[in-house]
Design a protein around this ligand. Structure first.
Ligand SMILES: Nc1ncnc2c1ncn2[C@@H]1O[C@H](COP(=O)(O)OP(=O)(O)OP(=O)(O)O)[C@@H](O)[C@H]1O
Ligand SMILES: [Mg+2]
Length: 380
């Protein structure tokens, strides 16, 4: 059997048969004749403009059906089968299977605006833009220059630096489904099912399109095999199989893994050819902090705030620290208004009062260690 024809019938959306593609028994040449033939077989009237295309697909279907059943099914049967069953059935089945799969995986749609909360000055944003977003958006240009779209990437960096936020921002700007797979879900029914669960989830993902699949705390499932138990080794091995399988599919799916401990990952996973990019997400520059402050200030009951002063006082703050600072400031504002019974506006003074009680995540030691990791592992 001609596989091309079978695939086309199974995949309705890709079908675009023209009369010359139809088998030899096509004797219908003009629009009225096509419409008349369909009417004679089914009693259904079709617009003369669409009838020839439909008719050529019916002839193709007749041929495919005859091949499948091993006998000539006749025009009338092929016509009725095609119009009444094949198209809606395959389309509905495919759509409902896809929707069920997305539901099972907890797929989410992320707002495009998340991308704007990350300052353009942040080095990871520039890398993500150049190596991921533009390539995936300008596929023709990428193909012309032989640039392969990335399929699997790793983010690494200290806690709270915005790795998860980056992944959501990517899903948002691409408007692809965001699917988060946590190691705890993979281990839900026991450590020994880890590899099998990963395989099951990845097999579902292969049938989807336009998804960002995110695995956080990647070191928990892909730690170095030298130090791992037998069970841990099996999940790393499974991973080593799944990444190339994902890459082999011609689908718009992007696997992103994040870790705070890049040093703990299995060296085999970090070799070129597995992950396309390994991207560090570290401390924020001034503009980066400013953008995040502006984001949270907009959502806080603020009076006059000296933004530049706050930015200069928070050089070791991660996005998570800034978020926590605002949480404390807002709580303080709520308590003040509750106690004093008059409108309370957050000002620079409020921040200055709260700041000494907070300890930023980043230290000189963490930054030095991160810089060593950057030199050792970064690949963009
Ligand atoms: N650019 C940003 N603008 C506003 N909020 C941000 C930004 N980046 C991160 N955040 C917020 O800071 C918090 C920490 O960010 P995130 O969870 O992405 O960090 P992480 O690097 O994934 O942390 P972990 O290593 O603990 O997983 C989140 O609540 C997130 O919403
Ligand atoms: Mg995270």
């Amino acid at each position: 059997m001609n596989n091309g024809a079978k695939e086309s019938i199974d995949d309705k959306d890709a079908v675009n048969f023209h009369s010359e593609d139809a088998p030899d028994d096509s004797s219908i040449s003009d629009q009225e004749d096509s419409a008349a033939q369909i009417f004679a077989a089914t009693g259904l009237k079709f617009d003369p403009e669409t009838a020839p295309l439909l008719w050529s697909r019916i002839l193709q279907h007749k041929w495919v059906l005859s091949e499948r059943l091993g006998r000539d099914v006749g025009l009338k049967l092929a016509c009725i089968d095609f119009i009444e069953n094949i198209d809606p059935v395959t389309k509905d089945a495919r759509d409902s299977k896809r929707i069920q799969c997305l539901r099972e995986l907890g797929a989410q749609v992320i707002d495009r605006a998340v991308w704007e909360t990350i300052s353009d000055s942040q080095p990871p944003k520039q890398v993500v833009n150049n190596r991921i977003i533009r390539i995936l958006q300008k596929t023709e240009l990428a193909r012309k220059h032989g640039v392969t779209p990335p399929r699997a990437i790793i983010f690494f960096g200290p806690p709270g630096t915005g790795k998860t936020h980056f992944v959501k921002a990517i899903a948002g700007i691409l408007q692809w489904w965001y699917i988060e797979i946590s190691p705890s879900v993979l281990m839900a029914d026991g450590q020994d099912r880890l590899g099998a669960n990963l395989k099951k989830i990845m097999e579902k993902v292969y049938d989807l399109d336009e998804t960002v699949i995110f695995i956080d705390e990647f070191e928990e499932i892909a730690g170095s095999r030298d130090h791992a138990s037998r069970v841990d080794k099996s999940i790393t091995n499974e991973f080593l199989k799944q990444v190339p399988l994902l890459k082999a599919r011609d689908r718009k799916n992007l696997l992103i893994c994040a870790t705070n401990y890049i040093r703990q990952l299995d060296a085999a996973l970090l070799r070129p050819g597995r992950f396309d990019c390994i991207i560090p997400v570290g401390s924020l520059d001034e503009q980066g902090r400013k953008t995040i402050f502006e984001h949270y200030i907009e959502r806080t009951n603020c009076g006059t705030v000296d933004l530049d002063r706050l930015v200069s006082l928070t050089s070791l703050f991660t996005p998570a620290d800034i978020e926590y600072l605002f949480q404390k400031v807002r709580q303080h504002a709520f308590e003040q208004e509750f106690n004093l019974q008059h409108d309370y506006l957050v000002t620079t003074e409020t921040f200055l009062e709260i700041l000494p009680s907070l300890r930023p995540t980043l230290t000189e030691e963490i930054i030095t260690e991160f810089q060593e990791d950057c030199a050792e592992y970064t690949r963009v």
